[in-house]
Design a binder for this molecule. Sequence first.
Ligand SMILES: *Cc1c(COP(=O)(O)O)cnc(C)c1O
Ligand SMILES: [Zn+2]
Length: 430
Amino acid sequence: MASVLQCMNCGQRYPVSSVIFACEVCNGLLDVTHDLNALRSTVTRQLFDSRLGSLEPPYNSGVWRFKELIYPDVDPALIVSRPEGNTNLYSVPQLAEWAGVDTLFLKHEGENPTGSFKDRGMTGGLTQARALGMKRVACASTGNTSASLAAYAAFAGIEGIVLFQNKHVALGKLSQALAYGATCIAIDADFDRNLQLVREVATEFGIYVLNSVNPFRLEGQKSIMFELLQQLRWQVPDWIVCPGGNLGNSSAFGKALHEAYELGLIDRMPRLAIIQAEGANPLYRSYQNGFERFEPVRADTVATAIKIGNPVNYPKAVRALQWTNGVVEQVSDQEIMEAKALIDARGIGCEPASACSLAGVRKLVDQGVIKRGESVVGILTGHLLKDPDATLGYHRNTLPGIAGTHRNVIHEASPTFDSLAEILSSTVTA
Ligand SMILES: *Cc1c(COP(=O)(O)O)cnc(C)c1O
Ligand SMILES: [Zn+2]
């Protein structure tokens, strides 16, 4: 049986050729559902390992190496790939020590072609746009989705349209969307409103929506888990920790792990920890009351990539937490920027939202949820260069309400030997 679109709520099925973003019966979220029984005999660790180091498209991509689990039936000629993925997994003993665990890895999704994990979703989304013959694609974005959409649309020769807030968009992301030639529309509204607007105009203007409500994006993002497991020689870590904004990524992680387990690629489930910013924490609040109530919040955080008050993938994230016996935690902007400064100073670097992963590990260890001896993988979602204002503001100590506790202060020297000598004598370590 070929893959279908399936409502996660009522189970209604639609052919993958349908241009729909919600169930027509109950308005529930859609999954791309693959025939796991049919895949069982072909999908093995050996198959995926045999493609490592391949120079041939599409298997040179860290997404399409796992094609059977992403979009098995798609014609390879339609695939729009940069190629993405193949990101590094760093062992970080000093940061592990700071967080309070023996074993910590950071998987750096900022090493994707446009600097965030969104590229893994966008290759899936643009491929489907091409399969459907769509001429225009669009998204609402806090920044990284628009940068990625703009690049992949240009690469595919399709018009890219991005809607973003007319303030607080990180400089790196805005400049990317402009440079890649997308139609850029700044609106005096927050992310949540802009997402509604995109969905409202889509049908009339023949636009294919590529926010994470689009399930083909999530299929691509599943590959973060498959690649991570492969890098660990298919040994399952105890914990996987990631930031949560619109909750597409955590939803994709849950589906990936569930499928990997069903297909026997792994023999147990890791636990998922989703970390939100205190100022944008609707999932955390709902987790606190046992998922009985869900209330959107008005979002505000220095981590603009997760400044989202009404996450569209909430039901899928809850499902991911149930599949993985997962937990949700929140961290303050102070904790986020401090963890970022430490990741940056190791020479690895990330944007603010990504640092939720490390800040969250430390907090969960403090609370006794993560044990020192358990192995942990944190996901870094975006590149250091995405948000230079946040980095400079931290080190200049000009971010409102945030103390620059790990500042790297720029020295001022006059153009003389003596002036330089004074500084260089004072900074010698050991
Ligand atoms: C999009 C994004 C997130 C949030 O991911 P969701 O899937 O929306 O939860 C976190 N960090 C970065 C850098 C992002 O670009
Ligand atoms: Zn339904």
